[in-house]
Design a protein around this ligand. Structure first.
Ligand code: FMN
Length: 349
């Protein structure tokens, strides 16, 4: 029980590391531009934004960056993706709202936060002053909420992207999640893209709890999404065998952590394949779900992600984003890649 995931994840990571001794790779990819000193070009593009490296925090797992600054400079990673912000302050759902599960966790935080005004006046300037690049996650129960939030962010300091969290329930539509339906996904993304600063890329954050993630991804890209973030948590629940009642006050919660990684990698791979097939326009994918090491991050890059987000692992290793960046750099170099770009989608070749 060392890792907060019932020990399973540590054992798995150890075993995986044993198999990954960075020895010779018979099938090494041709390297592109190696930088002097054995460095590697890790820059990656999300729409009009060029990030110096592909590692970001996952929304909800690092607040608004202040907590992280005790462990590393926010500017050291590609971007900080902030906790989803809503139009008004919210206290979130009742406790208990976190539960440990084998190789992951359940949460039902319920989008707790200070609301957009306090966020823009207090949190964003702080991050910008530290040189941090910020991707602001926004959500609301109606399309109008998303529009108001995107408008409020115009001209705000340090914002290099907007992540529309369409994986939250759509109040107008009897609590259904926007991202479970191509039409509602389209409506939100179109509305946000129409009002947001044209210089700021808009990402759609998708839910894996759908029949066809490609259909939702295509709708978002047709609506003008400059990128796709995938995946949000999977809906799950846990029952306490002693009380014989649901563990979470909210009954169900979102499952995250290593347990969801295969689902996330599958989603990224399927959507990238659809882009390569010409079924939809090619846009960058930000991959996430259970990333704990540089090799986990590499898996997402090979599946087709141009960047990755680090989430649940931050709770037991707050400096993990910079560690994962270092490990990813080493893993790419060991495999003969001269740039991150050369590795994106390599598993499809
Ligand atoms: C405690 C917690 C809070 C989260 N809050 C948000 C949120 O506010 N907005 C959002 O889009 N995703 C939220 N997520 C989902 C993460 O951003 C991420 O998509 C998911 O956890 C998968 O990545 P991971 O396994 O690395 O955590 C949250 C996840 C956790 C664990």
């Amino acid at each position: 029980m060392t890792d907060g995931y019932g020990g399973f994840a540590d054992n798995f990571a150890d075993n995986f590391a044993d198999n990954e001794d960075a020895g010779d790779f018979d099938d090494a990819p041709p390297s592109t531009i190696m930088l002097p000193g054995g460095g590697i070009d890790l820059a990656t593009r999300i729409g009009s934004t060029l990030l110096p490296n592909p590692v970001t925090t996952a929304s909800g797992c690092a607040g608004y960056g202040k907590e992280l600054a005790k462990f590393f400079e926010p500017a050291a990673i590609g971007a900080v993706v902030t906790k989803t912000i809503m139009p008004y302050p919210r206290s979130g759902r009742a406790t208990p709202r976190m539960a440990e599960t084998p190789s992951g966790m359940l949460n039902s935080i319920g989008l707790q936060g200070p609301g957009i005004d306090a966020f823009v006046e207090r949190d964003l300037p702080w991050l910008a002053a530290r040189g941090g690049r910020t991707i602001v996650s926004i959500a609301g129960g109606h399309v109008d909420d998303f529009v108001a939030l995107a408008e409020r962010l115009k001209g705000a300091p340090g914002v290099v992207g907007i992540e529309a969290n369409i994986s939250c329930p759509n109040v107008a539509n009897r609590g259904q999640v926007f991202a479970c339906n191509p039409a509602t996904s389209y409506d939100v993304i179109r509305a946000v893209r129409d009002v947001a600063d044209p210089q700021v890329p808009v990402l759609a954050k998708l839910s894996p709890d759908v029949t066809s993630i490609v259909d939702i991804a295509r709708a978002c890209v047709e609506a003008g999404a400059d990128g796709l973030s995938m995946i949000n948590t999977l809906l799950g629940m846990a029952i306490d065998p002693d009380t014989m009642k649901p563990v979470l006050a909210g009954i169900t919660g979102g499952l995250s952590g290593p347990a969801v990684r295969p689902v996330a990698v599958r989603c990224v791979y399927q959507v990238h394949a659809a882009m390569l097939d010409g079924q939809m326009a090619q846009v960058p994918i930000v991959g996430m779900g259970g990333i704990r090491t540089g090799l986990d991050a590499l898996e997402f890059i090979l599946a087709g992600a141009a960047a990755v987000s680090v989430g649940t692992v931050i709770f037991n290793d707050p400096s993990s984003p910079v560690r994962i960046l270092d490990e990813l750099r080493a893993a790419l170099i060991a495999r003969g890649f001269g740039s991150l770009e050369a590795a994106i989608g390599y598993a499809h070749r």
